[in-house]
Design a protein around this ligand. Sequence first.
Ligand code: UT7
Length: 322
Amino acid sequence: MANYARVIGTGGYLPSTQRTNDDISEFVETSDAWIFERTGIKSRRIAGDQETASSMAEIAARQAIAMAGIQPEEIDAIIVATGTPDRVYPSTGCLLQNRLGIKNCVAFDIQAACSGAIFGLSIADQYIKTGTYQKVLVVGSEICSRIVDWSDRGTCILFGDGAGAVLLERSEDAGILSTHIHADGQYEELLYLPNPQAALPENVNEAGYINMRGNEVFKVAVNTLGRIVDETLEANNMQKSEIDWLVPHQANIRIIEATAKKLKMSMEQVVVTLESQGNTSSASVLLALNEAVRDGRIQRGQILLLEAFGAGFTWGSALIRY
Ligand code: UT7
């Protein structure tokens, strides 16, 4: 019975401009050594003036479509995760649909901050499993550089721009084995992006930049990701040793290492991109997946654990037989 969502294409896009730790240390009090030691990041990409979430999404999506060897009009649904939409509406999904020249599919955005790609995979999986759709495109695209306060050293060192895409198709061969998504809205004040235009009167003068109490977020992230690993393995009656690759959200190397340790995995089995990309929010997991698929590390038949944690808080995982 055909009831899996199988990965048939991946894509990724990174803007060409790099901003190194040394570049940042010219305008805030920090250093390459501090940033690298505390985060694992050396540089991040910065979108050009003419780039938007939808323009970057298009490049990543076209790569995924080409890898899958399908025509864009075969896609039944487009799901875009972004915290930096070109416009509040139309959704970036609709803008991407138009860019891809698709006339007849559904397209929408989801908002789950850094967990957006995992939420997108979960939604796509439900539609494919039920037979509603055959082919679903999931994209994470972010221009974080426009929503960070470049005078705040607690956040500006972390984030970068980019887009990742994955194309899923209903298949009899195993694909997504399970997804697990969660939210807990009580942590709003630890990590949020104000929306000055729709703010309460008392918050109306808040600038539209990421606010984060990094150290507190860090602690919750480590604990929460540890729990999601257990939940995912239990749901699939699987042992830690059966996982071939951890494909984590790229927030901080120390968070990633903690999850790898919990899984008793060596860092050789973890896809790490943050050294040169920073945290690209909802794009990061799909960018990492794309990189490891294209360089041949990830092979057909292997078991992948994708996971992410972000504002909300939101968190989730996807277990995939690639
Ligand atoms: O993707 C969504 C989820 N986001 C995350 O998961 C982010 C999680 N948080 C983090 O990655 C880390 O908390 C940071 C990298 C943001 C900060 O690292 P930390 O080890 O938690 O440092 P801290 O905030 O506890 O600060 C330690 C010290 C402070 O100085 P004092 O008070 O000890 O004198 C900070 O002022 O480091 C100072 N500091 C810096 N120093 C140099 C904070 N940022 C910087 C900086 N350069 N950029």
